[in-house]
Design a protein around this ligand. Structure first.
Ligand code: NAD
Ligand code: ZN
Ligand code: ZN
Length: 337
């Protein structure tokens, strides 16, 4: 099968023929139709994070397609079913986190396109118990980004504990941010979209943001306090430390900063203000299978739509260069035919 392979960090991915994965007990083989390109894939290819991916690596954790084969022990799915393979590729099912509905914290998890091969390929295998179904009628390319960008931001909004009617700020209107703001609207929040590029902010307006702020032209935290008195929750999905600092500063008393973007940086936080203002800072990592089912349902009901550009797998290097330079509005989705 054809796949895009990371052979070493900071190198071009190699498009090459590799064997179709062999199935073990309980696994399924998915013929991948589409796979979104997440900024995480760029971090993986560059070895940006303290925990490194396996090498060589087939990236991709928004792979969706049709089941072509099922191994012994698979009872919940059959050949022909439509599914997606998310970042949470598998978890142990037995630890305190798995047992308490917090499987994304499982210390023994595997991650698609990071610790195990993912969806930048014609086929990808996965344990049947951890894939999530794609409802009939949803286009594969359009639904693909829901499998990471969608579920991640939906979950971040949930853990922010903001209530309908509250103001929420989304910092970074890229692949994650452009769906984050739509989940936020659908959940009944008022939304401020912050980015440093006007074309991203135009998209945010089209998708329903109530207020947009260009963080290069204005001080976004000051602007947010002037306009709405601060936000109950700020979700930072940008890839620069500056955005996290500004997101922190835009939270009002009793509010929450949810940390989602993953620049390899520290977040210095003023202790005095955090204490006196009763501010919560929370990390949030993707979402559980249940969160993903819910996130997909929002898309199925037309409450969230992805702004996608499709590209053939062969163009992956050009796509990653553009992603690095901030030249993608929404999400690029690789298509396999
Ligand atoms: P992206 O490149 O598509 O989007 C980033 C956006 O941030 C761009 O629109 C960019 O213009 C904007 N930006 C840059 N500087 C900014 C600033 N100072 N203020 C406001 N906006 C700014 O990336 P993406 O695919 O959306 O991923 C974003 C980050 O989230 C990555 O670090 C990725 O690894 C991480 N991520 C985390 C999780 C998780 O579970 N926590 C899941 C998926 C992705
Ligand atoms: Zn992702
Ligand atoms: Zn576990």
């Amino acid at each position: 099968m054809k796949a895009a392979v990371v052979n070493g960090f900071n190198q071009e991915l190699e498009i090459k023929e590799v064997p179709i994965p062999e199935l073990a007990y309980g696994e399924i083989l998915v013929k991948i139709k589409a796979c979104g390109v997440c900024h995480t894939d760029l971090h993986a290819a560059n070895g940006d994070w303290p925990v490194k991916p396996k090498l060589p690596l087939i990236p991709g954790h928004e792979g969706v397609g049709i089941i072509e084969k099922v191994a012994e022990g698979v009872t919940s799915l059959k050949v022909g079913d439509r599914v997606g393979i998310p970042w949470l590729y598998s978890a142990c099912g037995e630890c305190e986190y798995c047992l308490t509905g917090r499987e994304t914290l499982c210390p023994d998890q595997l991650n698609a396109g990071y610790s195990i091969d993912g969806g930048y390929a014609e086929y990808c295998k996965a344990p049947a118990n951890y894939v999530v179904k794609v409802p009939e009628g949803l286009d594969f390319a359009e639904v693909s980004p829901i499998f990471c960008a969608g579920v991640t931001t939906y979950k971040a909004l949930k853990v922010s504990e903001a209530k309908p009617g509250d103001w929420v700020a989304i910092y970074g209107i890229g692949g994650l941010g452009h769906v984050a703001l739509q989940y936020a609207k659908a959940m009944g929040f008022n939304v401020i979209a912050v980015d440093i590029q006007d074309d991203k902010l135009e998209l945010a307006k089209e998708l329903g943001a109530d207020i947009t702020v260009n963080g290069l032209k204005n001080d976004p935290a000051q602007d947010i306090f002037d306009k709405v008195g601060g936000v109950q929750a700020a979700i930072s999905v940008a890839v620069t430390q500056k955005a996290f600092e500004q997101a922190y500063s835009s939270v009002k008393r009793g509010g929450t900063l949810v940390v989602v973007g993953l620049p390899n940086a520290d977040l210095p936080i003023p202790i005095f203000n955090t204490v006196l203002n009763g501010v919560t800072v929370k990390g949030s990592i993707v979402g559980t299978r249940k969160d993903l089912q819910e996130a997909v349902e929002f898309a199925a009901q037309g409450k969230v739509r992805t702004n996608i550009e499709t590209q053939p797998l062969d163009n992956i290097n050009e796509v990653l260069h553009r992603l690095e330079k901030g030249q993608i509005n929404g999400r690029v989705v690789l298509t396999m035919e």
